[in-house]
Design a protein around this ligand. Sequence first.
Ligand code: IMP
Length: 422
Amino acid sequence: MANTILVGAQWGDEGKGKIIDVLTEEADVVVRTQGGNNAGHTVHIKGQKYVLHLVPSGILRKKKRCVISNGVVVDPVSLVGEIEGLRKLGVPVDGNLFLSETAHLVLPYHRELDAQRESLKGKNKIGTTKRGIGPAYGDKAARTGLRVLDLINPERFRRQLETKIKENNEILKAFGAKPLSFKKVHDEYRAAGDYLKSFVANTVVLLHEAVRRGDDILFEGAQGTFLDIDHGTYPFVTSSNTTAGGACTGSGVPPHRMDWVVGVMKAYTTRVGEGPLPTENAEIADMLHAMGREFGATTGRARRCGWFDAVATRHACMVNGIDELAVTNIDGLDTLQTIKVCIAYRDGSKQYDYIPNDIEVLGRCQPVYAEFPGWDVPTHNVKKWKQLPSRTRAYLKAIAELTGAELAIASVGPGREQTIFV
Ligand code: IMP
């Protein structure tokens, strides 16, 4: 399968976890390169549901090496919980899971600051997952963060944590929030450090050895293109580069070693948190929620839903260099008579075929729709492209064409077997 970067082509929750799981069959190494436990990748295998937040979903297949690389921000206590959960389910982790020495840590003051900043913003809040992601990346950029290397060095961790807790308690006090106990945080995180020590590695060297051996590496993206700190709907974004370039900086594997980019998108659009969503539509949201679909894997929040936005996915194709598309959740549209697709935005007399950068302009944009006939039959048992209703195939071909990449995978349900290779 060569070295493949997999990205979300919308606002996250595109069903990446399942597509990663499917593609992992062909991979030797699976790498998570950005984000933190704000992500929630759901994988269903033989009736068992697995939700992964930090550990690459490759862990669910035998003999795959899984790497949490330098670009990720890691809450050590949360990672311990996730590893413990996997061990309880009988998933092997020893000798096949590696944690970068230089990944930055998410600590309790990051979570507190995330919550305080959000509540101060009131109705202008971002709608973060409150996992401390923004403040942790903030410390990284300010060069005041603690890294995995520090966590497993008891003396250094104590010293650095003391300074950070002192500084952050002053800030928390100014917010009117409760200060943190150094001892409590120290003891809990040091214990996590001891637990994680055997997983810690120089993952840049490890990945370059894999490249030299000719291993196939899958770089799994978290969140989606429009949550990217540079290319997303700023400030309603996450704090990392969720687009393809993030896989290089977040792993230390250079661009010319990457062979292929796969973009994952739903057959419609969803978003959690605040910020513009041009095709948002109450009717489709009510329909999907009534089907029990579109509730967040990390926070349980009901996702906002809308029609497929080809302006957005075309933009995603451009900034990520997407070669192939995987379209998921096709079965979510099974009961509709008519399906709409946004082909342009209109703001007054101005028409856009790309996403305007000014968030106020984007907020005003009205979608221009094309309509497609629905297929109105269940698709979740379909195994082959030719067996899909002709209207489903026509719809998928049209959205791929509008997006500008090859359609490679059509997914009609959460299971591995509900995957159609086109
Ligand atoms: P943060 O990443 O927790 O700071 O949240 C920033 C924005 O990204 C919010 O709108 C979140 O809802 C969104 N977000 C973060 N992680 C995910 C994800 O895995 N899926 C979808 N949205 C996410």
